[in-house]
Write a protein that binds this ligand. Sequence first.
Ligand code: IDP
Ligand code: MG
Length: 137
Amino acid sequence: MEQTFAIIKPDAFAAGNAGKILARIYEEGFTVKGLKKLYLSKVEAEGFYYVHKSKPFFDELTEFMSSGPCIVMVLEAEGAIAQWRTLMGATDPEKAEEGTLRRQFGTYVGENATHGSDAPETAAFEIGYFFSGLELL
Ligand code: IDP
Ligand code: MG
């Protein structure tokens, strides 16, 4: 079993889509190992997205991620990292396939409803950034 880290981003949370996204997570067979609602500060969002620090969209991204509450989760499944990224779809909702979460709930590349880790090392960092071992029992 593999674990990945996921976020229901502030746009999806504010739009009332968290329940629908969670329902989809269960339908697709993930086990929700950890889940909490957070309202990130700008500094916390910057720490989470530090790999994108030099990108032109860094400020826009971290402003958005600290603009309202979100839900952070640890999801478990066989091949969870790839499976969750497939379920989310492409980063840009307009390019995401029909039936994916970003296509259904995203607005544009800057507000794309969900986050997912892209590799085992990033999943380990991202899970550890938000959850203690005790919260994942
Ligand atoms: P990912 O979320 O699909 O892994 P990344 O390239 O890691 O995509 O980018 C992280 C996040 O930064 C994206 O989910 C998106 O919200 C935002 N982002 C990426 N490219 C742009 C852009 O060109 N403009 C604004 N935001 C962007
Ligand atoms: Mg990424």
